[in-house]
Design a protein around this ligand. Sequence first.
Ligand SMILES: CC(C)(COP(=O)(O)OP(=O)(O)OC[C@H]1O[C@@H](n2cnc3c(N)ncnc32)[C@H](O)[C@@H]1OP(=O)(O)O)[C@@H](O)C(=O)NCCC(=O)NCCS
Length: 148
Amino acid sequence: MRIRPARAEDAALLLELRNDPDTRRSSVHTGVVTEQEHRAWLQQSLTRTDRMLLIAEQDGAPIGTVRFDLEEPETWELSITLAPDRRGHGRAGPVLQAAQDYLTEQRRVRSIRARVRTGNTASLALFARAGYRRYRAEDGFVLLELAC
Ligand SMILES: CC(C)(COP(=O)(O)OP(=O)(O)OC[C@H]1O[C@@H](n2cnc3c(N)ncnc32)[C@H](O)[C@@H]1OP(=O)(O)O)[C@@H](O)C(=O)NCCC(=O)NCCS
């Protein structure tokens, strides 16, 4: 398993992951994203210094994505998505760990936060096992934080 930065050629993969029904249900914005909206978003995301968009690969094939957004100095909010056919096999923990390692090697990081829907059992289990602590609940989401 390896982590690499996303590229423009990952557009189709990232859009597919974003529009997957389970991903949308777990997202803050649940609507379908159009190809045009996605292209503009990706182009901007690849140049922003306050965002890190990563692809997780296993045996050379993409299996998911992790996005980090700078929320406040040295504090990043993350979002993780595995490809639907890769879910439920214990791969999320290693992907999360590798992405965190990638971020902390590249940037100064004091803490990493995640915003998870209260009913997203797999995600809550993933973050609990990875050492994230709940610090707030709001509007159907639990806010979690890992001190680095
Ligand atoms: C959240 C996500 C990354 C987790 O990946 P996954 O492959 O499903 O999870 P894993 O198989 O690695 O398991 C992670 C934990 O969730 C548990 N789990 C997995 N599927 C579950 C399910 N359907 N119900 C309950 N628990 C579940 C596992 O037992 C494991 O817990 P453990 O380590 O205590 O045993 C993946 O489901 C996904 O991409 N979902 C859509 C996007 C999303 O919800 N992202 C999170 C928002 S930040």
